[in-house]
Design a protein around this ligand. Structure first.
Ligand code: SF4
Length: 240
């Protein structure tokens, strides 16, 4: 468990580490870079660098948090990766179910496997389920997400590397947009981000603009049309 610099969450929890690339959005995977760095620093959890590994000892961690948290699950992996055993995925859900005071944000690019397993897990109110959609080539993830029983559903359009003009946001609660950062970052067209913002407005969906990205993300900042967009899905603690 670690404090996070990711603007739309509070902290990360990684019961799985490691992954393999699956689509264009993975090209400059931040988790891979971090895993290699942590391996070089001798961190035990990353002794196998970016190979997929489950960490049963990490399952206890959410029980130790005293105050309510907003938690990004598996920032260093993809919970629905083919190499994560179904029983372990169910264990992760059990932990989330047993900690309803915390919000768990689960994000995947493996929407097909998510759909395969979604009926075998319990979708409590505190689990927000998202898919990454970086361009139109992976738009089918949106329809797969909609077929799940997750109560709160979101899209992460980051790194946004192409336009997404035809999002059907029916039953979607939240959309995050962000540009890629890093020295080889692929540029995000302002029109793509503004178009998604408009689609969210029309559909009544919460919109979060994370960053422009680029080679110096501090400099490019978070303003879109001169404003910060920090909307989150509606939830009330007593409902969790
Ligand atoms: S799915 Fe996510 S963690 Fe896995 S390689 Fe792609 S960007 Fe990295």
């Amino acid at each position: 468990m670690a404090q996070s610099n990711i603007e739309w969450t509070e902290m990360t929890w990684n019961p799985v580490t490691g992954c393999t690339k699956i689509s264009a959005g993975c090209k400059f995977c931040y988790a891979e870079v971090m895993a290699k760095r942590l391996h070089a620093m001798g961190v035990e959890k990353y002794k196998d660098e970016f190979k997929v590994r489950i960490h049963p000892d990490a399952l206890n961690i959410p029980y130790t948090w005293k105050r309510q948290k907003v938690v990004f699950v598996n920032s260093m992996s993809d919970l629905f990766h083919a190499q994560v055993p179904p029983d372990f995925i169910k264990e992760v859900f059990r932990v989330m179910n047993e900690n309803p005071q915390h919000i768990f944000q689960v994000l995947t690019k493996r929407a097909d496997r998510l759909l395969e397993i979604h009926q075998e897990v319990k979708w409590t109110h505190n689990i927000w389920m998202g898919v990454s959609i970086e361009d139109e080539r992976v738009i089918e993830r949106l329809e797969l997400l909609k077929q799940t029983n997750a109560r709160t559903k979101f899209l992460s359009c980051e790194p946004l590397i192409g336009p997404l003009p035809d999002l059907d946001l029916t039953n979607i609660d939240w959309v995050i947009v962000g540009g890629e950062s890093g020295w080889k970052a692929r540029p995000m067209d302002a029109g793509w981000a503004l178009d998604i913002m408009d689609q969210c407005k029309q559909a009544g969906v919460a919109f979060f603009f994370k960053q422009w990205g680029g080679t110096n993300k501090k400099k490019t900042g978070r303003l879109l049309n001169g404003k910060i967009y920090d909307e989150m899905p509606e939830f009330r603690i007593e409902e969790l």
